[in-house]
Design a protein around this ligand. Structure first.
Ligand code: ADP
Length: 491
């Protein structure tokens, strides 16, 4: 099969969060299974060019219709750790992708509407006719709309679209001008409720809703989150739309790329180890302490890695730092804040705790350091408010770092409480789960984890190994996505 992924991220060259990991990891798995995969991305000025091999101009003059004129673009091509990627660079005064960051402009909807249009125009003009186009999140929600309404009449009648939603909270809410810019026009048609009209704001169009309505299949990134989005509050207003399209909606758990996330071969950690020999993990713990100036004492290290964002349960993260110290454990936090208030808050805490040898707060994004933390820590907390899938707990399991999670979204599908899980045998359990959003709930789970580490080290090691036994690689999800592709291809 020939598959093209269209996305706003692809790890490690463009990564703001899990989306980038998924686009890369899934593509690699599909290729390993003998399929042809290409990835179309924006050419941001701030992406990690050091991760692209052989970048060269592939298509010099791509003219993309935009409003009443057209924008001249160039398309570059290069390999990102073996994956063939095309990067679209528009030459216009808008500087859509030359802003020094990936997201966060007032005109983000315009930027990614343009990217969606340009990606289709590129495929059309360069004669790329994949069996399946797989697009991701609100940034590419307009791809199936444009394909169905415009490009199928320009030689792309047989392409099918799988649309994956990684985060329902950001949906791409825009006004009328998007229709004029992209050449869709006809507001009376698109402002119908069963097309793109936002379910709550009657004056707005919703990209993600367009993605759901127009795609041949829609997935979100875990079965439990599919249920939550459909029936609960986490669809952020799209529950009704999902309900109308439930026959083509499902959850597929993300995987982790085990070439990249694997303590046996990880090139960012000083000591390799496996579940049969955990000595290397202890040495990495020492290395982590040395790197972050933590004291060398007989204590567990609890970690948090993730965006400092309301979604991630920042108040509980904050509480976890102090509670770990209170329970005589150490804490390492690696987090990047997207919002100034949260950034200031954690910088304040960092200054406040600066001289404490049992805690380190690292504010910012640091891929290399994240690997050492996964390898060196004993436990990782994921107290999210909502979590469509969550990769950090799966990476933690792979690295023998016991997850302490809140029972929401994909965390429910991947972490099974050592003491209370009803659906798994004791030898299949792999972490700790709590449900409420208050401090006490988190404390009780942390108590149990830290208690086991302190008083029953052999039992703790057993739990570590049970977690490492889980296969959360792309193996199963890769098969699931291929099943979906086959299904929509023959519809
Ligand atoms: P989300 O996509 O909601 O941000 P996920 O758990 O799905 O969360 O994916 C997070 C990914 O980003 C993981 O690979 C994690 O290691 C990485 N990550 C998150 N924050 C940081 C950071 N500050 N520095 C390095 N890596 C990070």
């Amino acid at each position: 099969m020939y598959i093209i992924q269209i996305a706003s991220e692809c790890a490690p060259v463009i990564k703001a969060g899990g989306l980038g990991d998924v686009v890369y990891g899934l593509s690699r798995e599909l290729e390993n299974r003998g399929h042809t995969v290409e990835i179309i991305l924006p050419k941001y000025d701030c992406m990690r060019y050091d991760h692209i091999w052989g970048l060269h101009m592939a298509y010099q003059d791509l003219y993309v219709p935009w409003y009443d004129g057209r924008i001249h673009c160039s398309v570059y091509c290069g390999w990102v750790h073996g994956r063939l990627c095309f990067f679209i660079e528009p030459h216009s005064q808008d500087s859509f992708f030359d802003r020094g960051y990936y997201y966060g402009s007032n005109d983000d909807t315009m930027r990614f509407a343009f990217f969606s249009k340009a990606a289709l125009e590129f495929m059309q003009q360069s004669n790329k006719r994949p069996d399946v186009i797989h697009c991701h999140d609100w940034q590419t929600g307009l791809v199936p709309v444009l394909l169905y309404e415009i490009y199928q009449w320009h030689g792309m009648a047989y392409q099918r679209v799988c649309y994956t939603i990684h985060n329902f909270k950001h949906q791409g809410i825009a006004g009328l001008n998007i229709l004029q810019a992209t050449g869709l026009h006809r507001p009376e048609y698109y402002f119908e409720y069963d097309r793109l009209r936002d379910n709550f704001n009657p004056f707005a169009l919703n990209f993600m809703k367009g993605g759901i309505v127009y795609s041949n299949f829609v997935t979100t990134v875990s079965p439990h989150h599919a249920w939550e989005a459909h029936y609960g509050e986490f669809g952020y207003g799209l529950g009704h739309t999902l309900h109308q399209h439930q026959h083509k909606f499902g959850g597929v758990l993300n995987g982790i790329d085990t070439d990249f996330w694997n303590p046996e071969i990880d090139r960012y950690i000083p000591y390799h180890y496996s579940k049969d020999d955990l000595e290397g993990k202890a040495k990495n713990k020492k290395a982590l302490r040395e790197r972050l100036w933590l004291s060398h004492e007989d204590k567990p290290i609890v970690a948090f890695i993730g965006r400092l964002d309301d979604q991630k349960g920042v108040h509980l993260v904050h509480h976890a730092v102090y509670y770990a110290l209170h329970r005589n454990a150490q804490f390492v936090l690696l987090g990047s804040a997207t919002e100034e208030g949260l950034n200031n808050w954690f910088w304040h805490e960092k200054n406040h705790l600066n001289n404490n040898p049992n805690v380190h707060l690292e504010i910012g994004f640091n891929e290399e350091l994240s690997h050492l933390i996964y390898a060196g820590a004993d436990m990782i907390v994921v107290p999210s408010n909502y979590e469509p899938c969550g990769l950090t707990q799966m990476i933690g399991l792979k690295y023998g770092t016991v997850p302490i999670v809140r029972g929401v979204g994909g965390l429910v599908n991947t972490v099974f409480d050592r003491d209370y899980d009803q659906t798994h045998l004791p030898e299949e359990r792999n972490g700790y789960v709590f449900y409420q959003t208050d401090n006490r709930a988190l404390e009780s789970a942390m108590d149990r984890a830290i208690g086991l580490w302190n008083y029953y080290p052999d039992e703790f090691e057993k739990l570590v190994i049970q977690g490492m036994n889980y296969d959360y690689s792309w193996n199963y999800p890769g098969k699931d996505y291929l099943g979906i592709y086959e299904y929509i291809r023959h519809k």
